[in-house]
Design a protein around this ligand. Structure first.
Ligand code: PEP
Length: 250
């Protein structure tokens, strides 16, 4: 089954509003591919101006997180309806930096995934093992428990809307990339789990992005693998040249 590729840029805590608009505009203006989805995830404050600058372009905009309550006395939080109204169509959930630095758990990932779906946003759910877990041969078990917890209670219909990102923690921002075989094997394990938990249609259609030091030089090999349906890019999404280089290589 052919799945449409996605190249997504997670800008993390980088770029002012003006810099974000300039970067998004440069990517949009120089984008030559229309056979894949391209997405950028700016900081919350830049989502609306970036979405406005991209109006009429095929680029998609995502939040980097969301809170599960829609509104109320939750100082500093951002909800699904607010993201949607600001112009986002997708939202990254459960990034390893959120799990590591902000005490996110499978339970809170699950609350966020459910809230995103309710708001009409497409969740990009991140899973991945640490180096210790990989070396202890626990990769598949860790991925399965993150998926089971993060996707608990979802219906088939909801599952069909998800995007999963496999991001081995040891490869994020470290310059170490999973080998093409390591990535493809982990993606295959995630896909098989989705088939067992949901159904064959979800197994075949769910897009699984690879994240972890993707660069123009290694993108082609990774993205050509059977179970790798795109990339979630951190560092190399911060310049139009590198991000477009990955898109061109895909
Ligand atoms: C990420 O944070 O999602 C990521 C993959 O970062 P990097 O590309 O910098 O490793």
């Amino acid at each position: 089954m052919s799945r449409r590729l996605m190249v997504a840029g997670n800008w993390k805590l980088n770029k002012t509003v003006d810099e974000s608009v300039a970067l998004a505009s440069a990517v949009a203006q120089n984008l030559k591919r229309d056979d894949l989805d391209v997405l950028v995830a700016p900081t919350f404050v830049a989502i609306h101006p970036v979405a406005q600058a991209l109006a009429g372009s095929p680029l998609l905009v995502a939040g980097q997180n969301l809170y599960w309550q829609d509104k109320g006395a939750f100082t500093a939080e951002i909800s699904g309806p607010l993201l949607k109204a600001a112009g986002a169509s997708h939202v990254i959930i459960g990034h390893s930096e959120r799990r590591q630095f902000f005490a996110e758990t499978e339970k809170t990932v699950n609350l966020r995934v459910t809230a995103a779906l309710q708001a009409g946003l497409t969740p990009i759910v991140c899973v991945g093992e640490t180096l210790e877990e990989r070396e202890a041969n626990q990769t598949d078990g860790v991925l399965e428990s993150q998926l089971a917890g993060g996707l608990a209670g979802l219906s088939l219909e909801q599952a069909a809307k998800l995007i999963i990102a496999y991001e081995p923690v040891w490869a994020i921002g470290t310059g170490k990339t999973a080998s093409e075989d390591q990535a493809d094997q982990a993606h295959a394990a995630i896909r098989a789990w989705m088939g067992r938990r949901f159904d064959k249609a979800v197994e075949n259609s769910v897009r699984i992005l690879y994240g972890g030091s993707v660069k123009p030089a290694n993108a082609a090999g990774l993205l050509n693998r059977e179970h790798v349906d795109g990339a979630l890019v951190g560092g190399a999404s911060l310049t139009a040249e590198d991000f477009l280089g990955i898109i061109e290589a895909a």
